[in-house]
Ligand binder design. Structure first.
Ligand code: FUB
Ligand code: ZN
Length: 651
């Protein structure tokens, strides 16, 4: 890639931050920025509100009480004090919470929130060394006295394999970019630039050949490249990725270092690390217009979605090493870290932007509505780190707890929830030259720039409980373009793109689309119902997605699920909790139910499950009942106390 081409691409592309881009290369896909979409529904809106009103203050409070903010103060020399915390990468929680605050500020323009961000940013800025280095644990020589989990050395960059110095910086860059976009202020962005310049000078071309043990900085660098237009940050991100598999980390698969990334054909190692890497590789494929990167992520994506993904979209089978398992290794006592789910959404969003096909959003949706939001309680203050398919209600699967926890010693997941939940509106729409993609169905109103035209969309739906979605189009003058409405695979008789899961009854009704009440024929383009016409102000396009209750079976190669069935409706995967059904698991021969795959409930195919909306239950959900058994959405399990739970039932 020559520098000029890279610079041109840099100035013309955007992910999540469409408002930053100046122009759009012909046909390039852009996500409609989260600031342009106001969510108005009763599923996501309460969650986003809880995030801003409850979870952000909760996480900030935890960061304050556990010394994470003071550590910046001490490193800056503003006050005397010793580093306090659990892990050297504790700084990253502050960055992630700041990122969530920035996204939230863009929605509510709360001056107090802006001031609080500025206070923390001024500490971060003061803590940064003159040369750009920033990592409070080393700056405060934490290991000399308190660093409980420290197996690291003590000088900067002397143990990059585990210190997470670059991981911290990646989160800082993401937060700084979000803050810049949200506020227009460059106080945080300048800290990020100073750090990235410092890392480039020390580890860039011709300098020390090192890589981080935990990917993340690559994502941040690519965002920095976009927002500053400076190609050297993309160059550094690519360098860090291309150095993998050259033995720097002893060819260790845990760190995705056993092969060069372009030769990797399957997901391996620590799942969050892996998914952050694949996110960055996909972003680099887009930004640098690099077909080799695109081919590599296509192959890995195929492996993950057809062999390594849970029915909930959860990623990462093993507790050991928090890692991906082998092909079809999907035990129900699954790890499925919340961070891995969030990273899975990041990755699939970029896969969609790379290829424009709906199957990536299908996978994104499965992760989003199931594995990801299961990680946070409805009240916004309790969290899961792993997200298993089964729980015996007593085994301490959640970092020592048998249910949700308020925070963790390593609190990567709660702080990731904070930043993710405030950015959900950025996943609803995308555009290309003459096309609007409706990717997620959620009541909202959106202002979309399509070329030189403004398009206002107002979506109304009770999704995910009901499949009717109507979108009113607002225009200043009649305009020709294509509306592409995603045809979810689940509405076409298929749960996933590959054959990892199938519906027992895979029949599918025709999906109807109307314009102003009249049925229209549509083309199917890349998995979307595409209706191209000259739209006029007030036109209403409506899609009706049938939502029968579906029974799902896993591919016979998934040993854990042989003879078992799971239940879905629309994008929602269901589970059976003890609260509704009494004990749902057979005891394991060794006395514990967790780890067993057995569930004693026998599902009767002659008594089909019927949906009914219960407004008073779990924030308002559709439950499924066959008269004897009641299933609730997996995403809201363990909101009524600890107890047994299973997704899979014996057939
Ligand atoms: O190492 C940083 C984070 O902590 C990882 O991404 C998580 O898996 C947890 O181990
Ligand atoms: Zn995590």
């Amino acid at each position: 890639m020559n520098e000029l081409k890279l610079a041109l691409l840099l100035s013309a592309s955007a992910i999540l931050f469409a408002s930053c881009s100046q122009s759009q290369p012909e046909g390039a896909l852009e996500a409609v920025d989260f600031t342009k979409v106001e969510i108005t529904d009763s599923f996501w809106n309460p969650r986003v509100k809880t995030n801003s009103e409850v979870t952000i203050p909760h996480a900030l409070n935890k960061c304050e009480r556990e010394g994470r903010i003071d550590n910046f103060k001490f490193a800056a020399g503003i006050e005397d004090g010793k580093w306090r915390g659990n892990w050297g990468f504790d700084d990253s929680d502050v960055y992630k919470v700041l990122e969530g605050m920035a996204f939230t500020y863009n929605v509510n323009h709360d001056e107090a929130l802006l001031r609080r961000m500025d206070e923390i940013i001024s500490l971060i800025s003061a803590a940064q060394c003159d040369d750009g280095y920033l990592y409070t644990a080393y700056q405060l020589r934490a290991r000399d006295y308190t660093w409980v989990n420290c197996s690291y050395e003590k000088e900067r960059y002397d143990h990059l394999v585990e210190s997470h110095e670059f991981y911290n910086m990646g989160h800082m860059y993401e937060a700084a970019v979000a803050h810049y976009i949200a506020t227009g202020k460059d106080n945080f962005l300048n800290v990020a630039i100073k750090s990235a310049d410092h890392i480039y000078e020390n580890f860039g071309p011709g300098k020390t050949v090192a890589i981080p043990g935990h990917e993340e900085i690559e994502i941040g660098l690519l965002k920095l490249a976009r927002v500053t237009g400076n190609p050297k940050y993309a160059e550094l991100a690519k360098l860090f990725m291309d150095r993998r598999g050259t033995g720097i980390l002893n060819y260790n698969a845990y760190y995705q270092d056993d092969e060069p990334v372009l030769q990797q054909k399957y997901a391996r190692g620590h799942a969050v690390r892996a998914n952050y890497l694949y996110t960055a590789m996909t972003d680099a494929a887009i930004l640098l217009d690099d077909p080799a990167y695109a081919a590599a992520v296509d192959t890995i994506w195929q492996n993950v979605t057809s062999r390594k993904m849970y029915i909930t979209g959860g990623l990462g089978a093993r507790y050991a090493g928090e890692s991906y398992g082998d092909d079809y290794e999907l035990p129900n006592a699954s790890y499925c870290e919340t961070c891995a789910a969030i990273a899975g959404v990041f990755w699939n969003q970029r896969m969609f932007l790379l290829h424009g096909e709906s199957k990536y959003i299908d996978v994104l949706e499965r992760i989003l509505y199931n594995a990801l939001i299961a990680g946070i309680s409805l009240d916004g203050t309790y969290f899961f780190y792993p997200n298993p398919m089964i729980s015996d209600g007593v085994s301490p699967f959640n970092q020592g707890a048998s249910g949700r926890s308020e925070w963790f010693g390593c609190s990567c997941c709660p702080s990731n929830d904070v930043r993710f939940m405030s950015s959900i509106s950025g996943y609803v729409y995308a555009t290309s030259e003459n096309v609007v993609y409706e990717n997620l169905y959620v009541s909202n109103s959106a202002d979309i720039r399509l070329g030189d035209r403004d398009v206002r969309l107002t979506q109304k739906t009770d999704y995910p409980w009901d499949g009717t979605v109507s979108t009113t189009i607002g225009l200043d003058r009649p305009t020709s373009f294509a509306m592409r409405l995603r045809l979810p695979l689940w509405a076409q008789g298929r749960p996933v793109p590959g054959d990892l899961y199938t519906y027992i009854d895979d029949s599918a009704e025709k999906i109807s689309v109307t314009v102003n009440g009249n049925a229209v024929s549509y083309d199917i383009v890349d998995g979307y119902a595409s209706v191209e016409r000259k739209w006029k102000d007030g036109d209403v396009i409506e899609i009706e997605l049938p939502m029968p209750v579906r029974e799902v079976v896993a591919n016979g190669k998934v040993e854990a699920d042989r003879g078992y069935v799971a239940i879905e409706r629309g994008p929602i995967v269901y589970c059976f909790e003890e609260t509704d059904n009494g004990k749902v698991l057979e005891p394991h021969p060794d006395g514990s139910a967790l780890g067993a795959n057995a569930a004693e409930i026998l599902i009767s195919r002659t008594r089909p499950f019927k949906p009914s909306f219960d407004p008073g239950l779990l924030g308002g959900v559709v439950t499924l009942s066959d008269g004897q058994l009641t299933a609730v959405p997996y995403c809201v399990w363990n909101n009524r106390g600890d107890g047994q739970m299973t997704v899979w039932l014996k057939q």
